[in-house]
Write a protein that binds this ligand. Structure first.
Ligand SMILES: [Zn+2]
Length: 287
């Protein structure tokens, strides 16, 4: 009898321990519990997909170009006010003289800056091909060129103005110089995405699209793993193929998921691919 009782006690303890482990497991699971909504893939293949990314980016590109045109219009106004070409009483006397061209040059800056941010967003939704390096740089940093066009002529007009007094010339030059530097910095895309990178990461070039990736509505990237740490704070996830993620504006894979994917053998890096497919290693360029 005693042994049976002991057995029962041991069984109870084991059951309790098991229950504790299960409770702990489900608690951990609850921490990263997501509401997942499946998103259907709309396109097949590269050409169709690129048409979608182009369409996604179009409103941002159009808005950026309109803002940049406005910026240059404000610059022209600033020059006309500075040179007192516009015969408006308010703008001919101080402080109206200063206010008129300073307001115009600041509005010029705001339009350039917002335009550049929208342009960069468009490039991340619809990356340019990196085959031509110069073209790729220009495409990604168009905001830099616009920044120069939107301020350099103003500075030249100010410096070559023979009628304006020294003080207003100095103030105008300093303001425009600070704004041109800020606009150039905003215009640079520090982390550009290429079309090739986008297609390769999503497996679209090789036809090996990932079946299940996860992303959030506001996020910029998609994740290979539902339990990726970056998703811990998001309760609502969208799920679909990597091509569906790209269709929805998530043109890059999360870097942590990428590293983990390589480590776990889910992602085979391009270099390794070459080695597998090319029987002679000599022809593979080693970097
Ligand atoms: Zn991730």
């Amino acid at each position: 009898m005693a042994t049976k009782k002991d057995n029962n006690a041991a069984q109870d303890a084991a059951a309790k321990a098991l229950a504790a482990v299960q409770a702990k497991k489900s608690a951990e699971k609850a921490k990263v519990q997501h509401n997942i909504t499946h998103v259907e893939q709309q396109t097949v293949g590269k050409t169709e997909l690129l048409a979608v990314t182009r369409k996604n980016a179009m409103p941002y590109r159009v808005a950026a170009i309109i803002l940049w045109i406005l910026a240059i219009a404000f610059e022209v106004l600033a020059i006309l006010f500075f040179k007192k070409v516009i015969k408006w009483d308010f703008a001919l006397k101080n402080p109206g003289y200063y206010i008129s061209w300073i307001v115009c040059i600041v509005l010029d800056f705001i339009c350039v800056m917002v335009g550049s941010l929208l342009w960069k967003k468009a490039n991340h939704l619809d990356p340019a091909s990196a085959k031509n390096k110069t073209k790729f740089w220009l495409h990604n940093n168009l905001g830099v060129i616009v920044a120069v066009i939107a301020f350099a002529p103003f500075i030249i007009f100010v410096l070559t103005d023979k009628k304006a007094d020294k003080q207003s010339k100095t103030i105008a030059t300093v303001i425009a110089a600070v704004l041109i530097i800020a606009a150039v910095l905003v215009g640079i895309d520090w982390n550009p995405v290429s079309q090739e990178q986008m297609l390769e990461e999503a497996g679209i070039d090789t036809g090996a699209v990932y079946e299940h990736v996860y992303w959030t509505k506001g996020g910029k990237v998609y994740h290979l793993y539902e339990d990726c740490g970056h998703l811990n704070n998001s309760s609502d996830l969208l799920e679909g193929t990597s091509q569906a993620a790209v269709e929805n504006g998530k043109t890059r894979m999360c870097q942590d998921c990428y590293s983990r994917g390589v480590k776990e053998g889910l992602i085979i890096e391009e270099n390794n691919d070459d080695k597998i497919e090319t029987p002679t290693d000599e022809v593979v360029p080693v970097e």
